[in-house]
Design a protein around this ligand. Structure first.
Ligand code: NAD
Ligand code: UFG
Length: 336
């Protein structure tokens, strides 16, 4: 039996595939390479000694997905595939709704046809919207402030409704906080297209000289030093949470949303200073106006993951930054 990993050549998917292969789990990757390249497969093979099965296909293409299910014995799906840029989602919302929502519905339909009713979904802390106070707890009301966030919320609603309609479905929606870091080999890591929106890829591209300076979006928030606070989580810890979630699918019924974070908050300037300390490289920055849509503080209550998945984050901020820096300094232009 194999696990189907949609989006498995991307950032979080490739790290999860490494951990699955390390535990001798058979995987089948489906990715349309919209935001990734097959070079990540070469690197995964270098790390694990195993070349994962890869099928270039779009999850929206039901015939292609039916072929995947007919040619492979799939026991469960880890569903990473999706578009993820908040800003871009406001420019091309229909592409986001089509890809993330219609694509997931198509995938679920093909899963149902094949009687595969186990899925772990990549959700996001974005579903907590802007009105809840951290620590964010799974029972809090959800909302969305942009099309990307809407797609995550809509898919969660679809998954809850599906599980309610048919008790054979077992679904876990993992709400990721801020994934950063890279595999300790420095062979795989985050490889964003164009100018990064997220803090860590931006900081690391400043560090290798690809970008001149960081804009710190606001220093007048009610936080430790005025800059935004987030719950950064090492991508390998996040990957390991997926292994635990797949195991839990056989125990948990229905649809369960679970936070995946550390429960700790770190400010932008704390990140910048830690990055300087670990890399030994200066990170020029300037304080700029607040970024629209940002909130001061976001961090998780991470207890449910421990209770239901027997998972907690193990890698600290030093490891997150050291591994980010190893990846970026060894691969200044990503996989190119
Ligand atoms: P990523 O872009 O590196 O990986 C996503 C992968 O999905 C890419 O390889 C892309 O080519 C593929 N893909 C996109 N649309 C597809 C389609 N229609 N058919 C097949 N493949 C498709 O992103 P990531 O950071 O690894 O994120 C993985 C998932 O986690 C996404 O669903 C994302 O929304 C979610 N998530 C990410 C973060 C984050 O900060 N990275 C935070 C919360 C949630
Ligand atoms: N920041 C800067 N300068 C930058 C980039 C970011 O100062 O160039 C600051 C932001 O203002 C924020 C912090 O760094 O305070 C983190 O910003 P990110 O863009 O890295 O992360 P966000 O928390 O804003 O967004 C992330 C994901 C979204 C997801 C959201 C909620 O990118 O997809 O978390 O979990 F929706």
């Amino acid at each position: 039996m194999s696990l189907l990993i949609t989006g498995g050549t991307g950032y979080i998917g490739s790290h999860t595939v490494v951990e699955l292969l390390n535990t001798n789990q058979d995987v089948v990757i489906v990715d349309n390479l919209a935001n990734s390249s097959t070079k990540s497969l070469d690197r995964v093979e270098k790390i694990t000694g195993i070349r994962p099965v890869f099928i270039e296909a779009d999850i929206c293409d039901k015939d292609a997905m039916r072929k995947v299910f007919s040619e492979h014995d799939i026991s469960a799906v880890i569903h990473f595939a999706g578009l993820k840029a908040v800003g871009e989602s406001t420019q091309i919302p229909l592409s986001y709704y089509h890809n993330n929502v219609s694509g997931t519905v198509a995938l679920l339909e093909v899963m149902g046809e094949n009687n595969v009713k186990n899925i772990v979904f990549s959700s996001s802390a974005t579903v907590y919207g802007e009105n809840n106070i951290s620590p964010l707890v799974e029972t809090m009301p959800t909302s969305a402030t942009n099309p990307y966030g809407q797609t995550k919320l809509m898919v969660e609603h679809i998954l809850f409704d599906l599980a309610k309609s048919d008790p054979e479905w077992s679904i876990i929606s993992l709400r990721y906080f801020n994934p950063i870091g890279a595999h300790k080999s420095g062979l795989i890591g985050e490889n964003p297209n164009g100018i990064p929106n997220n803090l860590l890829p931006f900081v690391s591209q400043v560090a290798v000289g690809r970008l001149p300076e960081l804009n710190v979006w606001g220093d007048d928030y009610d936080t430790v030093d005025g800059t935004g606070v987030r719950d950064y989580i090492h991508v390998v810890d996040l990957a390991l949470a997926h292994l635990k979630a797949v195991n839990a699918l056989s125990i948990l019924s229905g649809c369960t949303a679970i936070n995946i974070g550390t429960g700790n908050g770190t400010s932008v300037l704390e990140i910048v200073n830690k990055f300087k300390e670990i890399s030994g490289v200066d990170i020029p920055y300037k304080i700029s106006p607040r970024r629209p849509g940002d909130i001061a503080t976001v961090f998780a209550k991470a207890d449910l993951a421990e209770e239901l998945l027997d998972w907690q984050a193990e890698r600290d901020l030093n490891a997150m930054i050291a591994d980010t820096w190893r990846w970026q300094s060894q691969n200044p232009n990503g996989f190119e």
